[in-house]
Design a protein around this ligand. Structure first.
Ligand code: UT7
Length: 331
């Protein structure tokens, strides 16, 4: 690796048109707006309802917007990485499906399954191809179709998740871009957050369907605690080893799982609230989609040279924080 940095040179989001409000959920399960807002900060989420559509179809809309915005021809794209836990099918991957639907013919492509940390892991992986000098245009997507694996009779999960995400273009830059990442994981966390059936351990059967084992199950409290502890730890380690202080960071971009988690992490690291990106009220938790959705929504406020730390925690457990400088002025 020489002096080439991998810079984000564009971002595009997609969320489905259909909105499910807390009032809509009150009609389906035993919940209420007051509980959802006070315990999670979520007011609505977007749900992908179009007939016959899959995760790749949301991905196609993100990538087409990104290509248009950045003036990139599909033939120029050399690598596309898709972070998702809701692929169109168990295999093949969703990344190659997106490429074929968009008309990207000269790229290799693959998925990354790291739940809510997926976008950060994919961003870091894609960056290595730019930093090495081997690739010049890499697209990284973070998106999920959570409503396809959510049990709408389970009030403990159905109020939290939503559909959507975003895509970024990575290109070489001499000045700004990816600087460093601290990543970690703990497979023991799988007991607290998983989809039980459908894989090789618990194969799909009529019984597994009847037992509703093809949906997300979560033991919220241990996940909450581990999320706060580990996002805080990875953030602190990242800024310490780069000799930075809070004052050097323009924006904190946290995974949007729960407003109380975002506030706890912010308080523990002492980060000013006005420089923390928050949009959970509009989308809920879109798993791999939350971080690119934040970058897209705050793009107009970002300036060339701004220093960002993105931090995430998710199923696996997976977690980490990434330090980068922003490469362009938002419109
Ligand atoms: O994205 C990465 C991974 N995921 C996360 O980071 C999520 C982490 N966990 C959380 O965000 C929170 O634990 C939840 C939002 C999932 C739950 O909040 P909580 O404050 O931890 O609630 P709880 O599970 O401790 O439940 C408290 C009460 C219970 O009632 P009792 O037993 O005290 O009578 C629940 O049955 O709230 C009840 N409850 C609800 N009430 C109304 C749980 N869900 C609901 C609901 N509406 N939707």
């Amino acid at each position: 690796m020489g002096n080439i940095k991998a810079a984000i040179t564009g971002v595009a989001k997609y969320v489905p048109e259909t909105i499910m409000t807390n009032a809509d959920l009150e009609k389906i399960v035993d919940t209420n707006d007051e509980w959802i807002v006070s315990r999670t900060g979520i007011k609505q989420r977007h749900i992908f309802k179009e007939e016959g559509m899959a995760t790749s179809d949301m991905g196609v809309r993100m990538v087409n917007r990104l290509l248009e915005k950045t003036g990139t021809h599909p033939d120029e794209v050399e690598l596309l990485i898709c972070a998702t836990i809701t692929p169109d099918m168990t295999f093949p991957d969703t990344a190659n499906t997106i490429c074929s639907k968009v008309g990207i013919k000269n790229a290799f492509a693959f998925d990354i399954n790291a739940a809510c940390s997926g976008f950060l892991y994919a961003l870091s992986t894609g960056s290595k191809f730019i930093e090495s000098g081997s690739h010049k245009k890499v697209i990284v997507l973070g998106l999920d179709f959570m409503s396809s694996i959510i049990d709408y009779t389970d009030r403990t999960t159905c109020v939290i998740f939503g559909d959507g995400g975003g895509a970024v273009l990575l290109e070489p830059d001499a000045e700004n871009g990816m600087i460093d990442s601290v990543f970690n994981g703990d497979g023991n966390g799988r007991q607290y957050l998983h989809m039980k059936a459908g894989g090789s351990l618990h194969r799909p059967t009529a019984e597994s369907v009847a037992a509703r084992e093809h949906y997300v199950t979560q033991d919220g409290r241990p996940v909450f605690k581990a999320a706060v502890t580990n996002m805080t730890k990875s953030f602190n380690e990242l800024i310490k080893r780069n000799n930075l202080t809070i004052d050097d960071i323009t924006w904190l971009v946290p995974h949007q799982a729960n407003m109380r988690i975002i506030n706890s992490v912010g308080d523990m690291i002492g980060f000013p609230k006005e420089r923390v990106m928050v949009n959970i009220q509009n989308y809920g938790n879109t798993t791999a989609g939350t971080l690119p959705l934040c970058l897209a929504d705050y793009e107009s406020q970002l300036k060339k040279g701004d220093t960002l730390v993105l931090t995430a925690f998710g199923g696996g457990f997976t977690w980490g924080s990434t330090l980068l400088t922003w490469a362009y002025d938002g419109e």
